[in-house]
Design a protein. Structure first.
Length: 305
């Protein structure tokens, strides 16, 4: 009787032609992966893989066997999905990746509410600071911005309006900009790499667009709370989602002031990414829960876009 984890390991090696890459993708050591392949070859009774200068490739037997392995793995997935659909229970392990922009605040509160509603779910919550790519193993991801060619189904569920913020003391010391052209003279606290690339500011009232050239930020961070802290300590200007700045101002009044009130930065898409094909019931439930929990202000931005 073949072990499914051995079949999955063999198919993954056939697809990647690399023992190292497959071990990394499956979160296994190379020795564990090699043992699985060796046990499978011993059970089959003949070699399935051979080494080449540029990696591994299947033997003739390996090519034939790989097709049957895929069929067996597909049958296993289909059978588990069918049984899950027959059950009213929503249970099992879920791994969710989210960018730090969402991790504290809206996303975490809603994930906790989801866990209260579905008590048999076990959740692994991981921070993702680089966009997911092909072979990343990401099963569900919440990402700020668009995701192109990542190998996942991408669904834009909202848009974040953004503005430029500073501490009032910083503006008193360095001047309050009255036009976007003056922004180049200021220090910046960067998140998401915004100031390392050209940006557009929109003045909808006047129907104007101003393009900001990249600048070298004084402070860079991948954490929204750290960016807000640095801005509040007078380190410079920063581009923040308006909803995050509003929540910060509620908790700490007078620490953030919006610059150039008539101008806004291009809205940031909020993207849910997940695999193509049929998904486990627990994943579908979480996706539905997050879609329903999207704030109305984000939805309004999506409708406007």
């Amino acid at each position: 009787m073949h072990q499914l984890n051995e079949l999955a390991a063999f198919v993954a090696v056939v697809d990647s032609a690399s023992l190292t890459a497959t071990a990394r993708r499956m979160s296994l050591s190379k020795s564990t992966l090699s043992r699985r392949l060796a046990r499978l070859e011993a059970r089959v009774g003949q070699p399935l893989l051979r080494r080449r200068a540029n990696g591994l490739e299947p033997t003739d037997a390996g090519w034939v066997f790989a097709g049957y392995c895929r069929d067996m793995l597909d049958i296993d997935r289909e059978s588990r999905y069918a049984l899950e659909q027959l059950s009213e229970r929503v249970a099992g392990k879920l791994t969710v990746h989210a960018h730090p922009l969402f991790m504290r605040g809206w996303f975490m509160h809603n994930v906790e509410a989801f866990l209260q509603r579905f008590a048999e779910i076990e959740l692994n919550l991981l921070t993702l600071t680089q966009p997911p790519g092909n072979g990343s193993g990401v099963s569900l991801c919440l990402w700020p911005g668009e995701l192109a060619d990542c190998g996942l189904r991408c669904e834009v569920v909202g848009q974040l309006s953004r503005g430029i913020y500073a501490h009032p003391d910083y503006l008193a010391a360095h001047g309050t900009p009255s036009h976007p052209r003056e922004l180049a003279d200021h220090r910046w606290v960067d998140m998401l790499g915004d100031r390392g690339t050209p940006l557009e500011l929109h003045n909808d009232r006047q129907g104007m667009v101003y393009r900001l050239a990249p600048v070298r930020a004084r402070v860079r961070t991948d954490q929204l709370v750290l960016q807000a802290d640095a801005i509040a300590r007078g380190q410079g200007l920063g581009i923040m989602p308006d909803w995050a700045a509003a929540k910060r101002s509620q908790a700490h009044p007078g620490t953030l002031s919006r610059c150039l009130a008539d101008w806004s930065v291009t809205p940031l898409p909020v993207t849910l990414a997940y695999p193509y094909g049929r998904l486990p019931r627990r994943t579908v439930c979480l996706l539905d829960y997050l879609r329903e929990a999207i704030p109305q202000a984000w939805r309004a931005q999506t409708a406007a876009a």
